[in-house]
Design a protein around this ligand. Structure first.
Ligand code: HEC
Length: 130
């Protein structure tokens, strides 16, 4: 029993594909409505209340040229990857204490996985509108 439970827990914590929607990018687009008041992605995305998020995976934290970041995010000094971005979406203050993103955090691992798929589909030089 122990050996069967462990992989299941691992799969959950890694947001395995089995956890995702049939079309995670589309599901992520819907989930992104919660971010869209403050963030833009896609061609022509600009920073507004929050920084634009094209190419956020692989981008240095606090580095969008057209956004005035909090000191906390400016000196965070890491590059966003799936792991720290998922953690940030769960609890922004835990990952970057003192940041100024006013967001409670997402409880749903599925929504986080879908959002990551959506953001992954928006590289720094957008391949096309979505
Ligand atoms: C109420 C507005 C608001 C909402 C809603 C919001 N954010 Fe943010 N977000 C911000 C602000 C403002 C910052 C910059 C924080 C700072 O400078 O400390 C930020 C920063 C970020 C960053 C870091 C960007 C960078 O360039 O390092 C990511 C990633 C991010 N948000 C993702 C999201 C996602 C995904 C959602 C939706 C689940 C979301 N945010 C919801 C306002 C918001």
């Amino acid at each position: 029993m122990k050996s069967r439970l462990l992989p299941a827990c691992l799969a959950l914590s890694l947001a395995a594909p089995a956890l995702q929607a049939a079309d995670p990018v589309a599901a992520g687009k819907a989930a992104f409505q919660r971010c869209a008041n403050c963030h833009q992605v896609g061609p022509g995305a600009r920073s507004n209340f929050g920084p634009q998020l094209n190419g956020i995976l692989g981008r240095r934290a606090g580095s969008a040229a057209d956004f005035d970041y909090s000191p906390a995010l400016k000196k965070a000094g890491f590059v966003w990857n799936e792991k720290n971005l998922a953690a940030f979406l769960r609890d922004p203050d835990e990952v970057v204490p003192g940041n100024k993103m006013r967001f409670w955090g997402l409880r749903s691992e599925r929504q986080i996985a879908d959002l990551l798929a959506y953001l992954r589909a928006h590289p720094a030089a957008p391949a096309g509108a979505r």
